[in-house]
Ligand binder design. Structure first.
Ligand SMILES: Nc1nc2[nH]c(SCC(=O)O)nc2c(=O)[nH]1
Length: 279
C-alpha cells in the first residue's frame, strides 16, 4: 500500500507501534516532556521493527473525556513534525477531527486512523483532500458510554455491514478503494464475548477486500479474561496478536513492538512452509 512516498508491502503482517501523546500517557505529563518522551518512545519502537507509528492525542478509552481541537493539535503536531524530520517511518494520526487530520498530514502523517470511520463533521472531506490511506474502524456508541451494554444481532455480521457501508460512502466521496484499511474495533462497544467472536472469525473480514488492522493490545478483552492488570498482559497481547496475524490481519496495532515483531516472524515462517508444501 502506498503511504505518500513510502510503499509498505502488506503481503505479510506489519506492526504498528502505539504512541499516545496524552498527558496521562507519560508519568511527568508536561508539554516538553510529552514531545521529548514521545520521540524517545517512537525511536525505540522503530528500532524494534515497527513499520508504522500511530500517534493519538485524545484518549478513546471507555469513559474518556473529550478533548478540544486545539488541545489535540498542540499535542500531536510537534511530535509529527519532529518525527518527520528525524525518522524514515510511516506516521499515522489517530484522530476523528477533520482539522487534526488536515494539519497532521500537512506536518508529515501519511495514514489517517479514525476510530469513528470518518463520520464526524468534515472528516470525510478532510480525508479525501488529504489523499492518504485511511483506516475505518467500527465503534458502537461513543467512548464515554460504549461499554455500558453493547448489543448486536450478530456482532460479526453487524460490524461487517457497517464497514462495507463506510467503504461505499468513502469511495463515493472520492477515496480510492486501494487506500482503505478496515478495523473491527476491538473494545469499542463490545462485550468480552463480542471481542472474541470477532477475533475467532477475523478471516471473514477479508470479504471486504481491504487490509485488516487489529488493535487488541492491553485491552480489557485480555485483562478481564486473564484477570491481569495492564502491565501484566504481555502474554495475552502476544497471544491475540499471533492469532490475528495467523488469520491474515495485515496491520497489528500494539504497545509491545519487539515481542510482536518476533511473533510475526514465526507466523511468516509457518506461512512460508505451508506455501512451500502447496507448490
Ligand atoms: N484503528 C484503531 N485505532 C485505535 N485506537 C485505539 S485507542 C484505545 C487503545 O489503544 O486502547 N484503539 C484502536 C484500535 O483498536 N484500532
Amino acid at each position: 500500500m502506498q503511504f505518500k512516498d513510502k510503499f509498505l508491502d502488506l503481503s505479510s503482517p506489519r506492526v504498528m507501534g502505539i504512541l499516545n501523546v496524552t498527558p496521562d500517557s507519560f508519568s511527568d505529563g508536561g508539554a516538553f516532556n510529552i514531545l521529548d518522551n514521545g520521540l524517545v518512545q517512537a525511536e525505540l519502537m522503530i528500532s524494534e521493527g515497527a513499520d508504522i507509528i500511530d500517534i493519538g492525542g485524545e484518549s478513546t478509552r471507555p469513559g474518556a473525556q473529550a478533548v478540544s481541537v486545539q488541545q489535540e493539535l498542540d499535542r500531536v503536531i510537534p511530535v509529527i513534525e519532529s518525527m518527520y524530520q528525524r525518522f524514515d517511518t510511516i506516521i499515522s494520526i489517530d484522530t476523528s477531527k477533520a482539522k487534526v487530520m488536515t494539519e497532521a498530514v500537512n506536518a508529515g502523517a501519511s495514514l489517517i486512523n479514525d476510530v469513528r470511520a470518518l463520520q464526524e463533521n468534515g472528516s470525510l472531506v478532510a480525508a479525501v483532500e488529504a489523499n492518504v490511506p485511511v483506516c475505518l474502524m467500527h465503534m458502537q456508541g461513543q467512548p464515554r458510554a460504549m461499554q455500558q451494554s453493547p448489543q448486536y444481532d450478530d456482532v460479526v455480521k453487524d460490524v461487517m455491514t457497517f464497514l462495507q457501508e463506510r467503504i461505499s460512502v468513502c469511495c463515493d466521496a472520492g477515496i480510492n478503494a486501494d487506500q482503505i484499511i478496515v478495523d473491527p474495533g476491538f473494545g469499542f462497544g463490545k462485550s468480552l464475548e463480542h471481542n472474541y467472536k470477532i477475533l475467532a472469525n477475523l478471516e471473514a473480514f477479508h470479504q471486504l477486500n481491504a487490509p485488516i488492522l487489529a488493535g487488541m493490545s492491553r485491552k480489557s478483552m485480555i485483562g478481564n479474561l486473564l484477570n491481569r492488570q495492564i502491565e501484566q498482559r504481555l502474554a495475552g497481547n502476544i497471544a491475540v496478536a499471533t492469532v490475528a496475524a495467523q488469520k491474515g490481519a495485515q496491520i497489528i496495532r500494539v504497545h509491545d513492538v519487539k515481542e510482536t515483531v518476533d511473533a510475526v516472524k514465526i507466523i511468516n515462517m509457518i506461512n512460508a512452509c505451508r506455501n512451500n508444501n502447496e507448490r
